[in-house]
Design a protein around this ligand. Structure first.
Ligand code: PLP
Length: 577
Protein backbone atom coordinates (compact mmCIF):
# COMPACT_ATOMS: atom_id res chain seq x y z
CA UNK A 1 0.00 0.00 0.00
CA UNK A 2 1.46 3.39 -0.89
CA UNK A 3 0.62 6.62 0.92
CA UNK A 4 -2.01 7.51 -1.66
CA UNK A 5 -3.89 4.26 -1.01
CA UNK A 6 -3.29 4.62 2.73
CA UNK A 7 -4.93 8.04 2.65
CA UNK A 8 -7.96 6.58 0.86
CA UNK A 9 -8.33 3.45 2.99
CA UNK A 10 -7.44 5.36 6.14
CA UNK A 11 -10.36 7.72 5.52
CA UNK A 12 -12.60 4.73 4.84
CA UNK A 13 -11.40 3.05 8.03
CA UNK A 14 -12.18 6.13 10.12
CA UNK A 15 -15.61 6.18 8.49
CA UNK A 16 -16.08 2.48 9.28
CA UNK A 17 -15.14 3.03 12.94
CA UNK A 18 -17.47 6.05 13.24
CA UNK A 19 -20.34 4.08 11.75
CA UNK A 20 -19.55 1.15 14.04
CA UNK A 21 -19.74 3.42 17.09
CA UNK A 22 -22.87 5.22 15.92
CA UNK A 23 -24.80 2.03 15.15
CA UNK A 24 -23.37 -0.10 17.92
CA UNK A 25 -26.61 -0.24 19.87
CA UNK A 26 -28.31 -2.02 16.95
CA UNK A 27 -25.97 -4.99 17.31
CA UNK A 28 -26.28 -7.77 19.89
CA UNK A 29 -23.94 -6.90 22.78
CA UNK A 30 -22.53 -10.42 22.93
CA UNK A 31 -22.06 -12.63 19.89
CA UNK A 32 -24.20 -15.67 19.35
CA UNK A 33 -21.45 -18.03 18.23
CA UNK A 34 -19.90 -21.26 19.44
CA UNK A 35 -16.20 -22.05 19.91
CA UNK A 36 -14.55 -22.71 16.57
CA UNK A 37 -17.10 -20.67 14.57
CA UNK A 38 -14.39 -18.77 12.71
CA UNK A 39 -12.49 -21.86 11.57
CA UNK A 40 -15.44 -22.69 9.35
CA UNK A 41 -15.41 -19.25 7.74
CA UNK A 42 -11.72 -18.57 7.18
CA UNK A 43 -9.32 -20.69 5.10
CA UNK A 44 -6.85 -22.81 7.02
CA UNK A 45 -3.89 -21.34 5.13
CA UNK A 46 -2.76 -17.77 4.50
CA UNK A 47 -3.37 -16.60 0.91
CA UNK A 48 -0.37 -17.04 -1.32
CA UNK A 49 -1.40 -14.21 -3.64
CA UNK A 50 -2.23 -10.70 -2.35
CA UNK A 51 -5.90 -9.99 -1.80
CA UNK A 52 -7.87 -6.85 -2.45
CA UNK A 53 -8.44 -4.46 0.44
CA UNK A 54 -12.17 -4.36 -0.22
CA UNK A 55 -12.49 -8.12 0.15
CA UNK A 56 -10.65 -8.08 3.46
CA UNK A 57 -12.93 -5.34 4.80
CA UNK A 58 -15.98 -7.24 3.64
CA UNK A 59 -14.81 -10.22 5.67
CA UNK A 60 -14.44 -7.97 8.71
CA UNK A 61 -18.13 -7.22 8.59
CA UNK A 62 -19.28 -10.71 7.53
CA UNK A 63 -16.97 -12.94 9.55
CA UNK A 64 -15.21 -11.03 12.30
CA UNK A 65 -17.95 -8.76 13.60
CA UNK A 66 -20.40 -11.62 14.27
CA UNK A 67 -17.86 -12.97 16.77
CA UNK A 68 -17.08 -9.69 18.53
CA UNK A 69 -18.23 -8.88 22.07
CA UNK A 70 -18.96 -5.18 21.93
CA UNK A 71 -17.26 -3.66 24.96
CA UNK A 72 -18.30 -0.14 23.97
CA UNK A 73 -21.98 -1.12 23.65
CA UNK A 74 -24.42 0.74 25.93
CA UNK A 75 -25.71 -2.65 27.16
CA UNK A 76 -22.26 -3.87 28.17
CA UNK A 77 -21.97 -3.80 31.98
CA UNK A 78 -19.39 -6.53 32.51
CA UNK A 79 -15.85 -6.34 33.96
CA UNK A 80 -14.59 -2.75 34.04
CA UNK A 81 -14.59 -0.12 31.27
CA UNK A 82 -12.18 -0.45 28.35
CA UNK A 83 -11.02 3.07 27.46
CA UNK A 84 -11.65 4.00 23.84
CA UNK A 85 -11.90 7.76 23.37
CA UNK A 86 -11.38 8.97 19.80
CA UNK A 87 -8.49 11.12 21.02
CA UNK A 88 -6.79 7.99 22.31
CA UNK A 89 -7.45 6.03 19.12
CA UNK A 90 -5.85 8.83 17.12
CA UNK A 91 -2.90 9.07 19.51
CA UNK A 92 -2.33 5.34 19.15
CA UNK A 93 -2.64 5.61 15.40
CA UNK A 94 0.07 8.25 15.38
CA UNK A 95 2.28 6.06 17.57
CA UNK A 96 1.76 3.20 15.13
CA UNK A 97 2.51 5.53 12.24
CA UNK A 98 5.77 6.69 13.78
CA UNK A 99 6.53 3.03 14.43
CA UNK A 100 9.52 3.52 16.73
CA UNK A 101 10.59 0.96 19.31
CA UNK A 102 11.56 2.99 22.35
CA UNK A 103 13.45 0.58 24.57
CA UNK A 104 16.14 3.10 25.44
CA UNK A 105 16.42 6.87 25.43
CA UNK A 106 18.63 6.70 22.35
CA UNK A 107 16.20 4.36 20.55
CA UNK A 108 13.74 7.28 20.45
CA UNK A 109 14.30 10.14 22.90
CA UNK A 110 10.78 11.62 22.60
CA UNK A 111 9.22 8.22 23.30
CA UNK A 112 11.11 7.95 26.59
CA UNK A 113 10.85 11.58 27.65
CA UNK A 114 7.13 11.97 26.95
CA UNK A 115 6.44 8.84 29.01
CA UNK A 116 8.33 10.28 31.98
CA UNK A 117 6.55 13.64 31.73
CA UNK A 118 3.05 12.22 31.22
CA UNK A 119 3.49 9.78 34.10
CA UNK A 120 4.48 12.70 36.33
CA UNK A 121 1.37 14.60 35.15
CA UNK A 122 -0.91 11.71 35.95
CA UNK A 123 0.86 10.85 39.22
CA UNK A 124 0.38 14.43 40.39
CA UNK A 125 -3.27 14.45 39.33
CA UNK A 126 -3.91 11.22 41.23
CA UNK A 127 -2.24 12.67 44.32
CA UNK A 128 0.75 10.34 44.58
CA UNK A 129 3.47 11.50 46.99
CA UNK A 130 6.36 13.44 45.43
CA UNK A 131 8.77 10.54 45.79
CA UNK A 132 6.89 8.70 43.02
CA UNK A 133 7.52 11.51 40.51
CA UNK A 134 10.62 11.21 38.33
CA UNK A 135 11.17 14.90 37.66
CA UNK A 136 10.60 16.16 41.19
CA UNK A 137 13.75 17.59 42.76
CA UNK A 138 15.43 14.97 44.94
CA UNK A 139 13.04 12.17 43.98
CA UNK A 140 14.39 8.66 43.43
CA UNK A 141 11.15 7.31 41.99
CA UNK A 142 9.28 7.54 38.73
CA UNK A 143 6.57 6.10 36.53
CA UNK A 144 6.49 3.73 33.58
CA UNK A 145 3.84 2.36 31.23
CA UNK A 146 3.45 -1.42 31.27
CA UNK A 147 1.23 -3.62 29.16
CA UNK A 148 -1.09 -4.67 31.97
CA UNK A 149 -1.73 -4.47 35.69
CA UNK A 150 -0.59 -8.09 35.87
CA UNK A 151 2.80 -7.02 34.58
CA UNK A 152 2.93 -4.12 37.08
CA UNK A 153 2.36 -6.57 39.94
CA UNK A 154 4.90 -9.03 38.53
CA UNK A 155 7.73 -6.53 38.09
CA UNK A 156 7.05 -5.06 41.55
CA UNK A 157 7.26 -8.54 43.02
CA UNK A 158 10.48 -9.26 41.12
CA UNK A 159 11.98 -6.03 42.45
CA UNK A 160 10.87 -6.90 45.99
CA UNK A 161 12.34 -10.38 45.61
CA UNK A 162 15.69 -9.01 44.47
CA UNK A 163 15.75 -6.53 47.34
CA UNK A 164 14.90 -9.20 49.92
CA UNK A 165 17.46 -11.67 48.55
CA UNK A 166 20.15 -9.01 48.58
CA UNK A 167 19.47 -8.27 52.24
CA UNK A 168 19.40 -11.95 53.15
CA UNK A 169 22.62 -12.65 51.25
CA UNK A 170 24.32 -9.84 53.16
CA UNK A 171 23.13 -11.41 56.41
CA UNK A 172 23.94 -15.00 55.43
CA UNK A 173 26.84 -14.70 52.98
CA UNK A 174 27.49 -18.44 52.94
CA UNK A 175 23.98 -19.39 51.99
CA UNK A 176 22.84 -20.52 48.58
CA UNK A 177 20.42 -18.04 46.91
CA UNK A 178 17.99 -20.86 46.22
CA UNK A 179 17.95 -21.74 49.91
CA UNK A 180 17.04 -18.14 50.75
CA UNK A 181 14.48 -17.94 47.95
CA UNK A 182 12.42 -20.74 49.44
CA UNK A 183 12.05 -18.71 52.63
CA UNK A 184 10.38 -15.74 50.94
CA UNK A 185 6.66 -15.32 51.39
CA UNK A 186 4.26 -12.77 49.88
CA UNK A 187 0.76 -11.77 51.02
CA UNK A 188 -2.52 -10.65 49.55
CA UNK A 189 -6.21 -10.83 50.29
CA UNK A 190 -8.54 -13.49 48.95
CA UNK A 191 -10.15 -10.61 47.03
CA UNK A 192 -6.90 -9.64 45.27
CA UNK A 193 -6.77 -10.19 41.51
CA UNK A 194 -5.50 -13.59 40.42
CA UNK A 195 -2.53 -11.85 38.80
CA UNK A 196 -0.89 -11.73 42.25
CA UNK A 197 -0.98 -15.52 42.42
CA UNK A 198 0.38 -15.73 38.90
CA UNK A 199 3.21 -13.33 39.79
CA UNK A 200 4.10 -15.53 42.78
CA UNK A 201 4.16 -18.61 40.54
CA UNK A 202 6.49 -16.91 38.09
CA UNK A 203 8.67 -15.48 40.87
CA UNK A 204 8.85 -18.90 42.48
CA UNK A 205 7.79 -17.64 45.92
CA UNK A 206 5.11 -18.64 48.38
CA UNK A 207 2.00 -16.53 48.61
CA UNK A 208 -0.26 -16.44 51.64
CA UNK A 209 -3.81 -15.53 50.74
CA UNK A 210 -5.65 -13.93 53.65
CA UNK A 211 -9.30 -13.61 54.56
CA UNK A 212 -10.64 -10.04 54.31
CA UNK A 213 -13.30 -8.57 56.64
CA UNK A 214 -17.04 -8.50 55.95
CA UNK A 215 -16.53 -5.55 53.59
CA UNK A 216 -14.00 -7.54 51.55
CA UNK A 217 -11.21 -5.35 52.92
CA UNK A 218 -7.89 -6.76 54.11
CA UNK A 219 -7.15 -5.43 57.60
CA UNK A 220 -3.78 -4.58 59.09
CA UNK A 221 -4.06 -6.84 62.13
CA UNK A 222 -4.93 -9.96 60.12
CA UNK A 223 -1.93 -9.37 57.89
CA UNK A 224 0.48 -8.62 60.74
CA UNK A 225 -0.57 -11.76 62.64
CA UNK A 226 0.03 -13.92 59.58
CA UNK A 227 3.42 -12.33 58.98
CA UNK A 228 4.47 -12.82 62.61
CA UNK A 229 3.34 -16.43 62.51
CA UNK A 230 5.35 -17.02 59.34
CA UNK A 231 8.43 -15.32 60.73
CA UNK A 232 8.30 -17.64 63.72
CA UNK A 233 8.36 -20.56 61.29
CA UNK A 234 11.54 -19.22 59.70
CA UNK A 235 9.95 -17.61 56.66
CA UNK A 236 10.73 -14.11 55.44
CA UNK A 237 7.78 -11.83 54.57
CA UNK A 238 8.93 -9.76 51.62
CA UNK A 239 5.94 -8.51 49.60
CA UNK A 240 2.39 -7.37 50.30
CA UNK A 241 0.01 -6.69 47.44
CA UNK A 242 -2.95 -4.57 48.53
CA UNK A 243 -5.88 -3.65 46.34
CA UNK A 244 -7.76 -0.37 46.14
CA UNK A 245 -10.90 -1.28 44.20
CA UNK A 246 -11.02 -5.07 43.99
CA UNK A 247 -12.16 -6.74 40.82
CA UNK A 248 -15.04 -8.60 42.47
CA UNK A 249 -16.73 -5.81 44.40
CA UNK A 250 -14.54 -2.69 44.21
CA UNK A 251 -13.58 -3.07 47.88
CA UNK A 252 -10.66 -1.22 49.43
CA UNK A 253 -7.99 -2.86 51.57
CA UNK A 254 -7.14 -0.86 54.65
CA UNK A 255 -3.92 0.58 53.24
CA UNK A 256 -3.20 2.89 56.16
CA UNK A 257 -3.56 0.10 58.76
CA UNK A 258 -1.47 -2.23 56.63
CA UNK A 259 1.20 0.40 56.01
CA UNK A 260 1.57 1.03 59.74
CA UNK A 261 1.61 -2.65 60.70
CA UNK A 262 4.30 -3.71 58.25
CA UNK A 263 6.82 -1.05 59.28
CA UNK A 264 8.53 -3.48 61.62
CA UNK A 265 9.28 -6.03 58.88
CA UNK A 266 12.65 -5.09 57.42
CA UNK A 267 12.42 -6.77 53.98
CA UNK A 268 8.91 -5.80 53.05
CA UNK A 269 7.77 -4.12 49.81
CA UNK A 270 4.25 -2.71 49.82
CA UNK A 271 2.47 -2.68 46.47
CA UNK A 272 -0.89 -1.03 45.74
CA UNK A 273 -2.93 -2.41 42.86
CA UNK A 274 -5.58 0.16 41.94
CA UNK A 275 -6.11 -1.01 38.37
CA UNK A 276 -9.64 0.42 38.11
CA UNK A 277 -10.18 2.68 41.11
CA UNK A 278 -6.82 4.44 40.91
CA UNK A 279 -8.01 6.54 37.97
CA UNK A 280 -10.80 8.03 40.05
CA UNK A 281 -8.37 9.57 42.51
CA UNK A 282 -7.97 12.48 40.09
CA UNK A 283 -11.21 13.70 41.72
CA UNK A 284 -10.40 15.61 44.95
CA UNK A 285 -13.43 14.16 46.77
CA UNK A 286 -12.14 10.59 46.15
CA UNK A 287 -8.58 11.17 47.32
CA UNK A 288 -9.40 9.94 50.86
CA UNK A 289 -9.60 6.44 49.29
CA UNK A 290 -5.85 6.72 48.72
CA UNK A 291 -5.13 7.15 52.43
CA UNK A 292 -1.97 5.32 53.43
CA UNK A 293 -0.24 5.69 50.04
CA UNK A 294 2.76 7.24 51.81
CA UNK A 295 3.70 3.72 53.00
CA UNK A 296 3.67 2.20 49.50
CA UNK A 297 6.73 1.24 47.48
CA UNK A 298 4.79 0.92 44.23
CA UNK A 299 1.36 1.80 42.84
CA UNK A 300 -0.41 0.88 39.61
CA UNK A 301 -3.54 1.95 37.82
CA UNK A 302 -4.89 1.28 34.33
CA UNK A 303 -5.83 4.39 32.34
CA UNK A 304 -6.94 1.82 29.77
CA UNK A 305 -9.71 0.91 32.16
CA UNK A 306 -11.21 4.11 33.46
CA UNK A 307 -9.38 7.02 31.90
CA UNK A 308 -10.61 6.78 28.32
CA UNK A 309 -7.25 5.51 27.04
CA UNK A 310 -7.02 2.45 24.82
CA UNK A 311 -5.43 -0.79 25.86
CA UNK A 312 -2.54 -1.10 26.48
CA UNK A 313 -1.70 1.53 29.06
CA UNK A 314 -0.99 0.36 32.61
CA UNK A 315 0.84 2.92 34.65
CA UNK A 316 3.22 1.90 37.43
CA UNK A 317 5.05 4.21 39.81
CA UNK A 318 7.83 3.18 42.17
CA UNK A 319 9.30 4.94 45.15
CA UNK A 320 12.84 3.91 44.22
CA UNK A 321 13.57 3.27 40.55
CA UNK A 322 17.01 1.78 41.24
CA UNK A 323 15.44 -0.95 43.35
CA UNK A 324 13.17 -1.75 40.41
CA UNK A 325 15.75 -1.63 37.65
CA UNK A 326 18.45 -3.49 39.56
CA UNK A 327 16.14 -6.52 39.53
CA UNK A 328 15.72 -6.39 35.76
CA UNK A 329 18.89 -4.96 34.29
CA UNK A 330 20.82 -6.78 31.57
CA UNK A 331 23.27 -4.82 29.52
CA UNK A 332 24.49 -6.24 26.23
CA UNK A 333 26.83 -4.03 24.24
CA UNK A 334 24.41 -3.56 21.34
CA UNK A 335 21.93 -1.76 23.58
CA UNK A 336 24.40 0.64 25.18
CA UNK A 337 24.48 4.33 24.23
CA UNK A 338 26.45 7.38 25.24
CA UNK A 339 23.71 8.74 27.54
CA UNK A 340 23.33 5.51 29.55
CA UNK A 341 24.02 7.30 32.81
CA UNK A 342 22.12 10.47 32.10
CA UNK A 343 18.80 9.20 30.75
CA UNK A 344 16.07 6.77 31.64
CA UNK A 345 16.11 3.52 29.63
CA UNK A 346 12.70 1.95 30.10
CA UNK A 347 13.96 -1.43 28.95
CA UNK A 348 15.22 -1.85 32.54
CA UNK A 349 11.76 -1.18 34.02
CA UNK A 350 9.90 -4.20 32.69
CA UNK A 351 9.98 -7.62 31.06
CA UNK A 352 9.94 -6.86 27.30
CA UNK A 353 12.73 -5.06 25.53
CA UNK A 354 10.66 -3.51 22.74
CA UNK A 355 8.10 -0.87 23.66
CA UNK A 356 5.48 1.06 21.71
CA UNK A 357 5.05 4.83 21.91
CA UNK A 358 2.17 4.39 24.36
CA UNK A 359 2.49 7.71 26.15
CA UNK A 360 1.23 9.51 23.02
CA UNK A 361 -2.36 8.34 23.44
CA UNK A 362 -2.39 9.19 27.15
CA UNK A 363 -0.91 12.62 26.33
CA UNK A 364 -3.63 13.20 23.73
CA UNK A 365 -6.33 12.21 26.23
CA UNK A 366 -4.96 14.30 29.10
CA UNK A 367 -4.62 17.36 26.89
CA UNK A 368 -7.93 17.04 25.04
CA UNK A 369 -10.08 16.44 28.10
CA UNK A 370 -8.02 18.24 30.71
CA UNK A 371 -8.14 16.89 34.24
CA UNK A 372 -11.54 18.59 34.66
CA UNK A 373 -13.02 16.71 31.69
CA UNK A 374 -11.76 13.40 33.03
CA UNK A 375 -13.13 14.20 36.49
CA UNK A 376 -16.54 14.84 34.92
CA UNK A 377 -16.40 11.52 33.12
CA UNK A 378 -15.54 9.62 36.34
CA UNK A 379 -18.20 11.46 38.34
CA UNK A 380 -20.81 10.72 35.71
CA UNK A 381 -20.15 6.97 35.94
CA UNK A 382 -20.38 7.12 39.72
CA UNK A 383 -23.72 8.97 39.51
CA UNK A 384 -25.02 6.31 37.13
CA UNK A 385 -23.90 3.52 39.44
CA UNK A 386 -25.69 5.24 42.34
CA UNK A 387 -28.82 5.50 40.21
CA UNK A 388 -28.66 1.76 39.55
CA UNK A 389 -28.09 1.11 43.26
CA UNK A 390 -31.26 3.10 44.07
CA UNK A 391 -33.26 0.97 41.64
CA UNK A 392 -32.04 -2.19 43.35
CA UNK A 393 -32.72 -0.87 46.84
CA UNK A 394 -36.32 -0.04 45.94
CA UNK A 395 -37.09 -3.65 44.99
CA UNK A 396 -37.24 -5.73 48.15
CA UNK A 397 -36.62 -8.97 46.27
CA UNK A 398 -33.02 -7.85 45.61
CA UNK A 399 -30.08 -6.92 47.80
CA UNK A 400 -26.95 -4.81 47.33
CA UNK A 401 -23.74 -6.70 48.13
CA UNK A 402 -21.02 -4.03 48.12
CA UNK A 403 -20.43 -0.50 49.30
CA UNK A 404 -21.03 1.46 46.11
CA UNK A 405 -18.20 3.96 46.12
CA UNK A 406 -17.37 4.12 42.42
CA UNK A 407 -18.92 2.77 39.22
CA UNK A 408 -19.52 -0.85 40.26
CA UNK A 409 -22.70 -2.19 41.87
CA UNK A 410 -22.85 -5.77 43.16
CA UNK A 411 -26.34 -7.11 43.64
CA UNK A 412 -28.32 -10.34 43.79
CA UNK A 413 -31.80 -11.71 44.20
CA UNK A 414 -32.41 -12.63 47.82
CA UNK A 415 -32.25 -16.39 47.68
CA UNK A 416 -29.71 -19.01 46.81
CA UNK A 417 -26.75 -18.87 44.43
CA UNK A 418 -28.47 -21.14 41.90
CA UNK A 419 -31.29 -18.67 41.47
CA UNK A 420 -28.83 -15.86 40.77
CA UNK A 421 -26.78 -18.01 38.41
CA UNK A 422 -29.96 -18.75 36.51
CA UNK A 423 -30.94 -15.09 36.40
CA UNK A 424 -27.57 -14.02 35.04
CA UNK A 425 -27.27 -16.79 32.50
CA UNK A 426 -30.74 -16.12 31.06
CA UNK A 427 -30.01 -12.41 30.80
CA UNK A 428 -26.66 -13.00 29.12
CA UNK A 429 -28.09 -15.61 26.77
CA UNK A 430 -30.75 -13.15 25.64
CA UNK A 431 -28.05 -10.78 24.36
CA UNK A 432 -30.00 -7.86 25.80
CA UNK A 433 -27.40 -7.01 28.45
CA UNK A 434 -24.03 -8.31 29.43
CA UNK A 435 -22.87 -8.65 33.03
CA UNK A 436 -20.50 -11.04 34.82
CA UNK A 437 -20.65 -12.65 38.26
CA UNK A 438 -18.24 -12.64 41.18
CA UNK A 439 -18.08 -14.25 44.58
CA UNK A 440 -18.33 -11.83 47.50
CA UNK A 441 -18.36 -13.17 51.06
CA UNK A 442 -18.74 -16.61 49.50
CA UNK A 443 -21.97 -15.59 47.80
CA UNK A 444 -22.62 -15.55 44.09
CA UNK A 445 -23.29 -11.95 43.10
CA UNK A 446 -23.92 -10.12 39.84
CA UNK A 447 -21.64 -7.22 38.95
CA UNK A 448 -23.13 -4.22 37.20
CA UNK A 449 -20.58 -1.70 36.02
CA UNK A 450 -21.10 1.66 34.38
CA UNK A 451 -18.95 1.09 31.33
CA UNK A 452 -19.97 2.93 28.14
CA UNK A 453 -18.18 6.23 27.70
CA UNK A 454 -21.36 8.22 27.13
CA UNK A 455 -23.72 6.09 29.21
CA UNK A 456 -26.98 7.85 30.08
CA UNK A 457 -29.70 7.56 32.72
CA UNK A 458 -31.86 5.89 30.07
CA UNK A 459 -29.26 3.15 29.63
CA UNK A 460 -29.26 2.49 33.37
CA UNK A 461 -33.07 2.47 33.55
CA UNK A 462 -33.26 0.17 30.54
CA UNK A 463 -30.78 -2.22 32.18
CA UNK A 464 -32.76 -2.30 35.40
CA UNK A 465 -36.09 -2.84 33.61
CA UNK A 466 -34.54 -5.72 31.65
CA UNK A 467 -33.20 -7.32 34.84
CA UNK A 468 -36.61 -6.95 36.53
CA UNK A 469 -38.40 -8.53 33.55
CA UNK A 470 -36.12 -11.56 33.65
CA UNK A 471 -36.37 -11.77 37.44
CA UNK A 472 -40.19 -11.70 37.31
CA UNK A 473 -40.25 -14.51 34.81
CA UNK A 474 -37.69 -16.55 36.73
CA UNK A 475 -39.38 -16.13 40.12
CA UNK A 476 -42.75 -17.02 38.67
CA UNK A 477 -41.28 -20.14 37.11
CA UNK A 478 -39.43 -21.00 40.32
CA UNK A 479 -42.67 -20.71 42.29
CA UNK A 480 -44.43 -22.93 39.83
CA UNK A 481 -41.55 -25.44 39.83
CA UNK A 482 -41.44 -25.41 43.62
CA UNK A 483 -45.13 -26.23 43.84
CA UNK A 484 -44.81 -29.08 41.37
CA UNK A 485 -41.74 -30.30 43.21
CA UNK A 486 -43.59 -30.38 46.54
CA UNK A 487 -46.43 -32.34 44.96
CA UNK A 488 -44.01 -34.75 43.26
CA UNK A 489 -41.93 -35.15 46.41
CA UNK A 490 -45.03 -36.02 48.41
CA UNK A 491 -46.00 -38.66 45.87
CA UNK A 492 -42.46 -40.07 45.82
CA UNK A 493 -42.22 -40.05 49.64
CA UNK A 494 -45.35 -42.10 49.99
CA UNK A 495 -44.15 -44.56 47.40
CA UNK A 496 -40.62 -44.69 48.87
CA UNK A 497 -41.95 -45.29 52.37
CA UNK A 498 -43.93 -48.26 51.16
CA UNK A 499 -40.89 -49.62 49.31
CA UNK A 500 -38.26 -48.91 51.95
CA UNK A 501 -40.20 -50.58 54.73
CA UNK A 502 -40.15 -53.75 52.74
CA UNK A 503 -36.41 -53.47 51.82
CA UNK A 504 -35.29 -52.54 55.36
CA UNK A 505 -37.13 -55.45 56.79
CA UNK A 506 -34.89 -57.80 54.86
CA UNK A 507 -31.56 -55.94 54.55
CA UNK A 508 -30.89 -53.14 57.11
CA UNK A 509 -29.05 -54.37 60.21
CA UNK A 510 -29.95 -51.13 62.09
CA UNK A 511 -33.48 -52.39 62.23
CA UNK A 512 -32.46 -55.27 64.43
CA UNK A 513 -29.14 -54.03 65.97
CA UNK A 514 -29.50 -50.59 67.67
CA UNK A 515 -25.76 -50.58 68.72
CA UNK A 516 -24.79 -49.79 65.11
CA UNK A 517 -26.38 -46.35 65.34
CA UNK A 518 -24.30 -45.41 68.39
CA UNK A 519 -20.94 -46.18 66.73
CA UNK A 520 -20.91 -42.83 64.92
CA UNK A 521 -19.04 -41.93 61.75
CA UNK A 522 -15.49 -43.21 61.33
CA UNK A 523 -12.73 -40.57 61.64
CA UNK A 524 -11.79 -38.95 58.35
CA UNK A 525 -8.01 -38.55 58.15
CA UNK A 526 -6.75 -35.16 56.93
CA UNK A 527 -4.78 -35.73 53.77
CA UNK A 528 -1.96 -33.18 53.75
CA UNK A 529 -0.05 -34.22 50.68
CA UNK A 530 1.50 -30.83 50.00
CA UNK A 531 4.76 -29.70 51.56
CA UNK A 532 4.30 -28.19 55.00
CA UNK A 533 6.29 -25.90 57.19
CA UNK A 534 6.43 -26.77 60.89
CA UNK A 535 6.08 -30.24 62.22
CA UNK A 536 3.88 -32.62 60.35
CA UNK A 537 1.43 -33.05 63.23
CA UNK A 538 0.65 -29.38 63.29
CA UNK A 539 1.12 -28.05 59.79
CA UNK A 540 0.77 -24.30 59.59
CA UNK A 541 0.77 -23.99 55.85
CA UNK A 542 -1.56 -25.72 53.47
CA UNK A 543 -2.48 -25.55 49.85
CA UNK A 544 -5.70 -24.04 48.65
CA UNK A 545 -7.41 -27.38 49.11
CA UNK A 546 -7.24 -26.89 52.86
CA UNK A 547 -10.54 -25.97 54.48
CA UNK A 548 -9.85 -25.86 58.20
CA UNK A 549 -8.27 -22.41 58.29
CA UNK A 550 -9.07 -19.17 56.64
CA UNK A 551 -5.77 -18.66 54.88
CA UNK A 552 -4.17 -20.44 52.00
CA UNK A 553 -0.67 -20.74 50.70
CA UNK A 554 -0.21 -20.80 47.00
CA UNK A 555 2.97 -22.80 46.44
CA UNK A 556 5.04 -21.92 43.45
CA UNK A 557 4.22 -24.42 40.75
CA UNK A 558 1.76 -26.23 43.02
CA UNK A 559 -0.47 -26.34 39.98
CA UNK A 560 2.08 -28.45 38.13
CA UNK A 561 2.87 -30.72 41.04
CA UNK A 562 -0.77 -31.32 41.82
CA UNK A 563 -1.80 -32.12 38.29
CA UNK A 564 -1.98 -35.76 37.24
CA UNK A 565 -0.36 -34.97 33.98
CA UNK A 566 2.91 -36.92 34.03
CA UNK A 567 5.60 -36.53 31.43
CA UNK A 568 4.67 -39.79 29.82
CA UNK A 569 1.97 -37.90 27.95
CA UNK A 570 -1.01 -38.83 30.08
CA UNK A 571 -4.08 -36.99 28.89
CA UNK A 572 -4.20 -33.48 30.30
CA UNK A 573 -7.03 -32.75 32.71
CA UNK A 574 -6.70 -29.02 32.04
CA UNK A 575 -9.28 -27.62 29.68
CA UNK A 576 -8.25 -25.84 26.52
CA UNK A 577 -7.42 -22.23 27.37
N1 PLP B 1 -5.90 -5.89 39.29
C1 PLP B 1 -7.19 -5.53 39.41
C2 PLP B 1 -7.66 -4.92 40.69
C3 PLP B 1 -8.07 -5.71 38.34
O1 PLP B 1 -9.35 -5.38 38.47
C4 PLP B 1 -7.58 -6.31 37.16
C5 PLP B 1 -8.48 -6.56 36.02
O2 PLP B 1 -9.62 -6.23 36.01
C6 PLP B 1 -6.24 -6.67 37.10
C7 PLP B 1 -5.43 -6.45 38.18
C8 PLP B 1 -5.66 -7.30 35.86
O3 PLP B 1 -5.54 -6.31 34.90
P1 PLP B 1 -4.73 -6.55 33.54
O4 PLP B 1 -5.69 -7.17 32.63
O5 PLP B 1 -4.33 -5.16 33.11
O6 PLP B 1 -3.56 -7.41 33.84
Amino acid sequence: MDSQAFRKHGTEMVEYICKYMETLKDRRVTPSVEPGYLRHLIPSEAPYEPEEWGRIMQDVEDKIMPGVTHWQHPRFHAYFPAGNAYESILGDMLGDGIGCIGFSWAASPACTELETIVLDWLGKAIGLPDHFLALKEGSTGGGVIQTSASECVLVSMLAARAQALKRLMAKHPNSEESHLLCKLIAYCSKEAHSCVEKAAMISFVKLRILEPDENASLRGRILAEAMEEDEQQGLVPFFVSTTLGTTGSCAFDSLEEIGKEIQRFPCIWLHVDAAYAGNSFICPELKPLLKGIEYADSFNTNPNKWLLTNFDCSTLWVRDRIRLTSALVVDPLYLKHCYDDAAIDYRHWGVPLSRRFRSLKLWFVLRSYGISGLQNYIRRHIELAKRFEQHVLKDKRFEICNQVKLGLVCFRLKGNDKLNEKLLSTINESGKLHMVPASVNDKYIIRFCAVAQNASEDDIDYAWETIVDFANELLEKEQHDELSEIINRKKEDTLAKKRSFFVRMVSDPKIYNPAINKAGTPNMSLDVTSPVVGNSRNPIIRTQASTDRNTWISWPLAFLFNSNNDEGGAKSNVSLR
